[in-house]
Design a protein around this ligand. Structure first.
Ligand SMILES: Cc1ncc(COP(=O)(O)O)c(C=O)c1O
Length: 426
């Protein structure tokens, strides 16, 4: 009852188009670790959220936040030991070429800034992203976010490359052949800028291709694509908003897993465990040149409270060995999901890395026919049974599973057993 009236109030004041998850929206009141609790006291396993990266309301993060908030918070134009120490520590987690940072508040701001740097330093304007990308909500970033922006609103400076889908595109080709074909798409987009007289500025990819459906990227793809980008005088912006901070387990950053060093990296969501902290880490020459020509100031971005929170997140990641956990529990979960695929023909493909999984649902395994209606139903039935997941992909037929990093094997058992029940009940 209470939740219904809250829903009506929300509709009235925030509008019906302000997005909400699930057919029956959740009214959450408390979180702890991988658990969320609704207004009726019901517990849900959070197998979706990457913002509470080290766990909902982690006591060390909460303590660091409240201690700094009770001591000092200012805008960002004063000297502060902890802010500088945080930026030093953050940049130390990257290849030595990526040695400078600019801090801001959201992933959208980080990508907006990255686009400005790439355009300013290349002297070009043309940007390539994928045909099913989401990078944020500012005017410039929206243009390279094809997921919500139709082609006629993207402007002349944007090209998209088709979403890679090795599950469907393989056609007997080796990884090497697929990687070359996908890199040729990037080359084609660069050439089309040249043909239109538009100077190329850069390529912006989420390093896990999350919205695109978490494809298993063929080895060597990014190296080949980057060679085309650099030969044309552009920069590679690696969007680590979803893939970063150890999500993929084996590496701190998705671009490391892809085997390349980007020119510019953008960070967000997990960086502040729910506190609005985001940033750009990039080559020293690029940030220096850009900042020398353009005044950039961000009132809240990387303030003392944000730095305290960001530091605590890195401490917990290290002390609780959460990357190692992602590798071990990730492999365990993938195995269990693969075993589930033996029993349910609706599952066409299972893939992922670390604690990021995609379960692709198809109505015909041979034809790989997407099953979007069943996918939506599964997500809602999982929620009814107390496990939170979502869906992604060009065909809207991929279950997206991306839990907070302290996810354990017991949590994985609950996730997979519940999915088993839901698939059996469809
Ligand atoms: C890959 C990626 N980049 C950027 C963003 C934008 O981040 P924010 O919502 O913090 O502006 C998102 C948000 O979903 C994202 O998934």
């Amino acid at each position: 009852m209470q939740s219904d009236s809250l829903l009506e109030r929300r509709y009235r004041v925030l509008g019906r188009n302000s997005p909400l998850f699930y057919d029956k929206p959740l009214h959450l009141v408390r979180g702890e670790g991988v658990w969320l609790y609704d207004a009726d006291g019901r517990r849900y396993l959070d197998a979706y959220n990457n913002v509470p990266h080290v766990g909902h309301c982690h006591p060390r993060v909460v303590e660091a936040l409240s201690r700094q908030a009770a001591t000092l918070n200012t805008h960002t134009r004063y000297l502060d030991e902890n802010v500088v120490a945080y930026a030093e520590r953050l940049t130390s987690l990257f290849d030595p070429q990526l040695s400078m940072a600019m801090l801001c508040c959201t992933g959208s701001e980080a990508n907006e800034l990255a686009l400005r740097i790439a355009r300013d330093c290349s002297g070009g304007s043309g940007v390539i992203s994928t045909a099913w990308a989401y990078h944020g909500n500012t005017a410039a970033v929206m243009q390279v976010s094809s997921l919500f922006t139709p082609e006629d609103k993207r402007g002349p400076d944007v090209r998209t490359v088709p979403v890679m889908d090795p599950y469907r595109d393989r056609a007997g080709r080796s990884d090497e052949e697929l990687a070359t074909a996908y890199a040729d798409d990037v080359k084609g987009a660069i050439d089309s800028f040249a043909a239109a007289g538009i100077r190329f500025a850069g390529l912006l990819f989420c390093t896990a291709f999350s919205s695109e459906g978490l494809p298993t990227v063929p080895a060597g793809f990014m190296t080949k694509a980057l060679a085309h980008v650099h030969a044309a005088g552009g920069f590679f912006i690696a969007d680590e908003v979803q893939a970063g901070f150890g999500r993929l387990g084996s590496h701190m950053w998705g671009h490391q897993k892809l085997g390349v060093v980007p020119d510019i990296v953008t960070l967000g969501k997990p960086m502040g465990n729910g506190h609005p902290l985001a940033g750009v880490v990039a080559r020293r020459d690029l940030i220096s040149a850009f900042a020398g020509r353009n005044m950039y100031f961000n009132t809240f971005g990387g303030n003392p409270v944000s730095a305290a929170v960001g530091t605590a997140v890195l401490d917990v990641l290290e002390d609780e060995r959460l990357l190692e956990n992602a590798v071990a529990v990730g492999a365990y979960t993938l195995d269990k999901l693969a075993a589930l695929a033996q029993r349910h023909t609706l599952i066409g493909d299972v893939r992922g890395a670390g604690l990021f999984f995609a379960v692709e649902l198809v109505s015909d395994r041979k034809a790989k026919t997407p099953a979007p209606a069943q996918t939506k139903r599964v997500v809602n039935l999982m929620r009814e049974r107390g496990v939170l997941i979502s869906r992604i992909g060009v065909h809207d037929n991929i279950l997206k599973v991306r839990p907070p990093m302290p996810f354990s094997k017991q949590h994985a058992d609950l996730l997979v057993d519940t999915l088993d029940e839901v698939l059996a009940a469809l």
